[in-house]
Design a protein around this ligand. Structure first.
Ligand code: TLP
Length: 352
């Protein structure tokens, strides 16, 4: 791997595969080391309790439940809202549909029905209305995702959310929001996160993405919903014991890493503008709302080979198809990394 900028220990790698790759900061590790812990399955972990209270308050909800992953947060939420044979409406580009191994269907007998996400991640209220079913498989839940990962990390404005949640409410159907990156959405929209969260009966978010904690997500909602979700978390193996060690990192992230998310967004924008000036790349930088940058490579470039050569230059990326590349900025990507990544991409693209 080429040394873009070397430290005494190892070559400098710019890891843009996801914001899930961040390592805990020294301050976060100190908070973890100092965490007061207990057996959380027995309700004894004070740090987990503090985290759950802080997460619920931050989103304007009554209660919260700490879970190991965003996937489990969605799964437990769907299992709590729906019974076997029920149907949940999800976005056609949702994480629930594409990346969660159809857990809700396999484990909960819940059928997933897709409503189209447009290029900017939005779903039409009319389409949702047309998909509702009063008889089995009865529509028991409508799900939204904000930010919308596979649609370029688009931040869905409140009005666009309400177009869908209004239809659900008219029919007495609860709404779940996969808010893995809801703080990114709020920052990009300059909206109050509690206003976005108010659109969901349950709202999840992840500590282990832009917030930079090593593990964990949370489900928030009304106290009675969270009490129903708790035994379901246990059922899927999500009860954790001295989880305060990791909850301390999440609490640190919530207290210190929310306000800085707009730095990641600015880095992503700069990256997008740089990429837009390169050959073989199709991207509209104006579409980059948050920390996720998607671009298309034209047919002259073999996407798999592009990624391999870029990795040789010390820049890692991911994608949702060989020609559709994804780069994600985060806590461990500095301002200086952005021109280095663009230069590396430029060298690689010019080698085709
Ligand atoms: N997303 C990951 C991959 O799985 C694609 C990523 O690198 O972006 N909801 C949303 C919107 C997500 O983007 C993710 C993770 C999850 C849920 C699941 O979180 P984890 O990975 O903690 O289970």
């Amino acid at each position: 791997m080429a040394l873009l900028r070397s430290t005494t220990m190892s070559p400098h790698v710019i890891d843009l595969r996801s914001d899930t790759v961040t390592k805990p900061t020294p301050e976060m590790r100190r908070a973890m080391a100092a965490a007061e812990v207990g057996d959380d399955v027995l309700g004894d972990d004070p740090t987990v309790q503090r985290l759950e209270e802080a997460a619920a308050a931050r989103l304007g909800k009554e209660a919260a439940l700490y879970v190991p992953s965003g996937t489990m947060a969605n799964l437990v939420s769907l299992l709590t809202h729906c019974g076997r044979g029920d149907e949940a409406i999800v976005g056609s580009e949702s994480h629930i549909l594409h990346h969660e191994a159809v857990g809700a269907t396999a484990l909960g007998g819940i059928s997933l029905r897709a409503a189209r996400n447009d290029d900017r991640g939005r779903i039409s209220g009319d389409e949702v209305r047309a998909l509702l079913r009063p008889v089995p498989p009865r529509t028991a839940l409508v799900c939204l995702e904000n930010t919308q990962n596979r649609c370029g990390g688009a931040a869905i404005p409140l009005a666009a959310m309400r177009e869908v949640t209004g239809v659900a409410r008219e029919h007495g159907i609860p709404v779940h929001i996969d808010g893995a990156r809801i703080f990114n959405a709020a920052a990009a929209l300059e909206a109050d996160v509690t206003a976005l969260a108010a659109e969901g009966d349950s709202v999840t978010f992840c500590f282990s993405k832009g917030l930079g904690a090593p593990v964990g997500s949370v489900i928030t909602g009304r106290a009675d919903f969270i009490e129903r979700a708790r035994p379901i978390r246990r059922m899927v193996g999500g009860g954790m014991r001295q989880a305060g060690v990791i909850a301390a990192a999440a609490l640190y992230a919530l207290e210190h890493h929310v306000e800085r998310l707009s730095d990641d967004h600015a880095h992503a924008r700069r990256l997008a503008y740089g990429l837009a000036s390169l050959p073989h790349v199709r991207i509209d930088p104006a579409d980059v709302d948050t920390n996720i940058v998607f671009f298309e490579l034209d047919a002259a470039v073999d996407g798999t080979e592009f990624r391999r050569r870029l990795a040789d230059e010390g820049v890692l990326c991911s994608g949702t198809g060989p020609q559709r590349v994804r780069m994600v900025t985060h806590l461990d990507v500095t301002s200086e990394d952005i021109p280095l990544a663009i230069d590396a991409a430029s060298r690689v693209l010019r080698s085709f």
